[in-house]
Structures are given as C-alpha cells and as structure tokens.
Ligand binder design. Structure first.
Ligand SMILES: *Cc1c(COP(=O)(O)O)cnc(C)c1O
Length: 422
C-alpha cells in the first residue's frame, strides 16, 4: 500500500460483521476463560490484551497504523509527547548513564532532559545540530547510551542531517533517536535515513485538529542491541519477567516490547482509548493536510521575507535559508507548516503584532488545522535561561507562526492588517 492508503486502511481490518470504523474499546479490563491463559499473558508468552495500562485493542490498531507509516516493526502510544521522549530515553539509559542531545529541540524536552532526567541521574551533553562529526565523537563516553535530536526542530527549524548523525552514532554502537513531530512520516521517514527510534508528539500534526494530547515511540527494528555491547538490559535476563532476555525472545522488536513491558507497566503514561480513536481519525487526512500546510507556509514565508517590518524569516523551504539544502534532501515534499520570524523592533513590537491578529489566534500550540501564533520567549520557552534561549535558536522578537489549512489569502490579509498597526 502507498502512504496515503495506509493512512486510512492500516491497523484496522474488520472481520465479518465487525464495525467498519475502528471501535473505541473503552474498557480497562478483559475477560478470560482460563487462569493459565492470563498467566501466559503476564509472562509475555502469548500476545493479547489483559489490562489497558499495558495494551488495548483501540491503541493497538492506531499503533500498527503509525508503525506502518514510519516503516517500523512496532509502536507504543503514550499519554503525551513528553512521555514518549521520556520513555524513549529511559528504555536505554538509567542513573549513571549519559545521552547526547541536539540543543535545538522542543523547550519541554530541554526541561525534561536537563532538569528531570538529570535529577534521576541521567546526564546530558548538548550539541548544536550543526556539530561536526569530530565534535559529536568527542562527546561520546563509555556510558553514553543514545544520541537524540529533532528532524525539524521546534521552534528553531533546524534540519538535522540524519544520515551524518546516524553514521557517527552507529560507528560508536549507539542508536539515534529522533523526534519527528514537525515533518510527520508524510514529509520524512527517518528510518530510511538510518535513524533507529522515532518519537512523536501526536498532539501536533498526526492528530491535526488540536483535540487530544498524545505521543508515540516507533521502533525501526534495525538497531543491533547485542552487537553494540552497551546494552546489558537487552541481552541479560530481566528479573522482573522471570529472566526473560529481550533480544532473544523478541528479536527486532526488543526495544519496543521492553518499553511497554517495563516502562509502560511501571510508569503508566498510557494513552486513553478515546484519544487513540481521535488520533486514528486525524491520521486519515494527514497527507491532504500536510500538503496544504506546506504550500500555505511556503507562500507566507516568501511574503514575510519581502515584508519591510520583518527582520528575518526562518523557514527551511526558503531558498537561502541556512537549512534549505538539508530540507531539500530530507523534506522534499515540503518543509511543514511552521515559520519563525523576527519582527523589526523590540519584544513589545512582536507581542503587539500578535495582539492585533484577528483570524490568526494566540495559542500555546502549533501544528493543527487552524493558523496560530506564539511568542516562544515569553511562552513555551520562558523557563529557559537567556543562554539556553540563544542555544535553542530563540530571540526576544521571534514569533512562531503555525500555518493552518485555511485559504492562504485570508491568512495574508490578517497578517497585513496586523503589521499595519505596528
Ligand atoms: C509539543 C511537542 C512535544 C511534547 O508533546 P506533548 O504532547 O505536549 O507532551 C515534543 N516534541 C515536539 C517537537 C513538540 O512539538
């Protein structure tokens, strides 16, 4: 099946007389004929659902759909994007371990890693997405467990050179984990470029309508946990599962089964069946929406670039953008719907422009069907120090515009009247 077909068909294949539309299985529990069957489920000897904290049929169908779209061996939905990033890391690293992360990532993830996971004893080295191979290599330590980045960084809009970072990671026995929220698998499939694990905030384009929080971890199945030598938890018996060895029992799906069996079991950041259902519906129109997000954003970015009250525009789809060449390589169908620009003047001018927009609303969100704006320095990234702000590529006059799927003429007219006021 082609991508567009998978978006509507993958994951749910009704049997004779079953609902055509994926049902919402709003049940925490499942009924069994024998206690032996339940024992086997607990031991991971047979597949099936027994408690929704671990798995649920509605979630399972949407997980299979997303795994099919990314080209992975398995996926696990989570309650939010934050939970997906957290578990993606905790599945390979614990207290005393070390992770290398691109500094151009979502502000919430900067906090999750740099504050909360640091408190749990996982240490981080932050590198520019433009770091050279030698700089990345120099940051790798004996206890390093993974390299993390964002395909298209929110909000810095830096494009990560996936193949180059993957090559350095693999030379050193490390997996490359990438947050692919902004491109979605419609614009970029990181596994085709050597990435091992993908995470998404499904809250954004995959849901597409700003209806429900969610996250997902997708496993490519390509990383060789045994050959790396850095991951005893994958190759040695797990005492919490009667000595089960993940790579032996689950082969290419070792990572994603381990994430569910250990972390979802213990942390419980499971997605709700209703949210998974809404996500599944959202994904059905993903290709149509992404096409429009990209074409609208391209038009608006070009318009902003020629506007006298705009200091700078960052959109990788613009010729002359620092990341244009990488965008052409990794995002050939379009550079997604988010644009950053600097208003000429001060922080107050940026906020004034936003206050005068009418159709375009101020919201703390990006990447849904309705166009919206956000001021990172005073909103999403306000916990960051000035130094962290600069490292994350954010200035005080920066406005982040998330271009929706309205008619572009209406969006341009709204921007024009707001610029006229400042
Ligand atoms: C929003 C976002 C997240 C966090 O997702 P939540 O669902 O809000 O927890 C993570 N990464 C990126 C790139 C995001 O845009």
């Amino acid at each position: 099946m082609k991508f567009e077909t998978k978006c509507v068909q993958a994951g749910w294949e009704p049997k004779n007389g079953e609902p055509r539309v994926l049902p919402i299985c709003q049940s925490t529990t499942f009924k069994f004929d024998s206690s032996q069957h339940v024992a086997d489920l607990f031991d991971l000897k047979v597949g099936g659902h027994f408690y929704t904290r671990l798995s649920n049929p509605t979630l399972d169908a949407v997980e299979q759909r997303i795994a099919a779209l990314e080209g992975g061996v398995g996926a696990m939905l989570t309650s939010a994007g934050q939970a997906a990033s957290m578990m993606a890391i905790l599945n390979v690293a614990h207290s005393g371990d070390h992770i290398i992360s691109s500094s151009a990532i979502y502000g919430g993830t900067v906090n999750l890693f740099g504050v909360t996971l640091e408190k749990l004893g996982v240490s981080f080295t932050w590198l520019s997405p433009d770091a050279t191979n030698a700089e990345i290599e120099a940051a790798i330590r004996p206890n390093t467990k993974a390299i993390f980045g964002e395909t298209l960084a929110n909000p810095a809009l830096a494009v990560l050179d996936l193949e180059r970072w993957a090559a350095v990671a693999h030379r050193n026995g490390l997996p490359l984990i990438v947050d692919n929220t902004f491109p979605t698998p419609y614009l970029c499939r990181p596994f085709e470029h050597g990435v091992d694990i993908v995470v998404h905030a499904t809250t954004k384009y995959l849901d597409g309508h700003a209806m429900s929080l969610g996250g997902v971890i997708v496993d490519s199945g390509n990383f060789d946990w045994a050959a790396s030598g850095r991951f005893p938890e994958f190759t040695q018996p797990d005492p919490s599962y009667h000595g089960l060895v993940y790579v032996e029992t689950f082969g290419r799906a070792a990572y994603i089964v381990k994430a569910r069996a250990q972390l979802m079991r213990d942390l419980g950041a499971q997605a709700a069946p209703m949210n998974a259902f809404l996500l599944g519906i959202g994904i059905e129109t993903l290709p149509l929406r992404m096409e429009r997000h990209c074409s609208n954003a391209q038009t608006i970015a070009e318009w902003l670039a020629n506007h006298p009250k705009v200091e700078w525009v960052r959109y990788p789809g613009l010729k002359g953008d620092k990341y244009h060449a990488l965008a052409r390589k990794y995002l050939p169908r379009g550079a997604s719907g988010v644009i950053s620009f600097g208003v000429k003047g001060t922080r107050d001018d940026a906020m004034k422009l936003m206050d005068h927009l009418k159709l375009i609303k101020i919201v703390v969100h990006v990447a849904d069907a309705r166009t919206c704006v956000l001021h990172p320095a005073s909103m999403t990234h306000r916990q960051l120090t000035d130094e962290q702000l600069i490292k994350a590529g954010i200035s005080p006059t920066m406005v982040r515009l998330s271009v929706g799927i309205e008619h572009v003429d209406d969006l341009l007219a709204d921007l024009e009247q707001a610029f006229a006021v400042i």
